[in-house]
Design a protein around this ligand. Structure first.
Ligand code: UD1
Length: 418
């Protein structure tokens, strides 16, 4: 199993180019299922989740041509040879549920493994199923699989009980080929939804309101090919900014969509960082020890759950006491036990963590438990005294492109070992 070995204590300084967004690339790749034409996707990040998604799309019959780093990926779904996403693939990547909506709309049937729980929580998919049923799909859960059938989906009004990102994406994709108009209320407003909508619109879909909580989709008979550039990854950008701030460094991010990071930038400013930005760049300078910042995760535009663990690492060495409340996932404090092994002073009660800042963390052998928890441990290792070994970094490779190379560019002493 691969590990990262980090010698902590370096101030991170320099420039990093931000990759395409994992959470935008995955749904956009699935959108190719909606047309028999060729769809070209640029700025696809080189990540395990993308490799898994491409393998899954290939398995159902999509012809894929891609560069070695996946950055330019061309997909053609002339015919679908299988309508099934098997458990072996879905269990490693929950986003495989994103095949459900487009495959059902395109082929009239889809058999997708139920993802099951994961390290951070139960993560049901009832909202995806409820929405598709409202559009006329017959759905049975059989032997751990969602079996959905619908000759022709019908537009309708759907009120989502819970704001769900992939739920909204699945329903929006399904609605593009439904007969009539679909209105999705209480939709997720994440920038990745807008990115997907832009790709679908380029393919001929009629979508209004993406980025607001009411999305209207007028169904069309067919979609056509298009070229789309995946938006920059706001979580990767946020992770580097926090690493820069926690190490009292000075960093410059290029190729970033700065307007998608407002909640994170507010918190970094509150922590004492000096931030400047343009449309596609952000610079951060931290002159002093960071100040503790309270935060509460919630759907976009509020503070993202995917950045909670990284900010916790910074709060560990900040001046003061911080309260972090996690409202999205019920078990997303797995990094706490590991941070405590590095001498952090954290107590958890229910969905709230209280972090009392100390002046330094100690390097230790720690275990990554999920994607963003891994990023938090890497940040902790970068600011700790001595050596930190982060084990089980396959989680990290699911969502961060060449993280050790990018951190080395900033002066970090970090290397990968098998
Ligand atoms: C997406 C992101 C993930 C991020 C999360 C929250 C992708 C590929 N992944 O995951 O990185 O952490 O949004 O911003 O985009 N829920 C239900 N029923 C449903 C669907 C969701 O109860 O049918 C609950 C979930 O358990 C969770 C909350 O709703 O508590 C939000 O989940 P959701 O937005 O669906 O997360 P994902 O789309 O899986």
């Amino acid at each position: 199993m691969q590990k990262l070995i980090i010698q902590g204590g370096t101030r991170l300084c320099g420039e990093v180019a931000i990759s395409g967004a994992k959470n935008a690339a995955l749904p956009v790749l699935c959108a190719a299922l909606l047309t028999t034409d060729t769809v070209k996707i640029n700025n696809v990040p080189f990540l395990h989740d993308v490799t898994t998604m491409l393998a899954l799309l290939k398995k159902v019959g999509v012809v894929i041509e891609t560069t070695s780093d996946h950055s330019e990926t061309v997909l053609t779904a002339t015919t679908l040879s299988s309508l099934m996403a098997p458990y072996e693939m879905v269990k490693t990547m929950r986003a495989a549920i994103l095949l459900l909506g487009p495959m059902l709309a395109r082929a009239g049937e889809a058999i997708i493994s139920l993802p099951g729980g994961c390290a951070i929580g139960l993560r049901p998919v009832d909202q995806h199923i409820k929405g598709l049923q409202a559009m006329g799909a017959e759905i049975k859960i059989e032997h751990g699989y969602i079996h959905a059938v619908a000759k022709q989906l019908k537009g309708t009004q759907i009120v989502m009980d819970i704001v769900s990102v992939t739920g909204t994406e699945n329903l929006m994709m399904a609605a593009t080929l439904a007969s009539g108009t679909t209105v999705i209320e209480n939709a997720a407003r994440e920038p990745e939804i807008i990115d997907l909508a832009n790709c679908l619109i380029a393919m001929g879909a009629k979508i209004h309101g993406a980025g607001s909580d009411i999305i209207t989709v007028e169904g069309v008979k067919s979609l056509h090919g298009a070229t789309h550039n995946v938006m920059p990854d706001r979580i990767e950008a946020g992770t580097f900014l926090v690493a820069g701030a926690a190490s009292q460094g000075e960093i410059y991010l290029s190729g970033v969509a700065s307007h998608t990071l407002d909640a994170m930038l507010d918190k970094l400013t509150e922590a004492g960082a000096i931030i400047q930005l343009g449309d596609n760049w952000i610079s951060l300078k931290m002159n002093n020890r960071p100040k503790s910042v309270d935060l509460r995760t919630a759907p976009y535009p509020a503070f993202p759950t995917d950045m909670q663990a990284q900010f916790m690492a910074m709060n560990c060495i900040a001046d003061g006491t911080a309260i972090i409340t996690e409202t999205i996932f019920e078990n997303r404090f797995m990094h706490v036990q590991e941070l405590k092994r590095m001498s952090a002073n954290i107590s958890v009660e229910g969905n709230t963590a209280i972090i009392r800042g100390i002046t330094r963390l100690d390097g230790a052998y720690v275990m990554a438990t999920d994607l963003r928890a891994s990023a938090s441990l890497v940040i902790a290792g970068l600011i700790a005294q001595g050596e930190t070994v982060v084990d089980r970094i396959y989680h990290l490779d699911r969502g961060y492109e060449r993280i050790e190379d990018k951190l080395s560019q900033l002066g970090a002493k970090i290397k990968r070992s098998s």
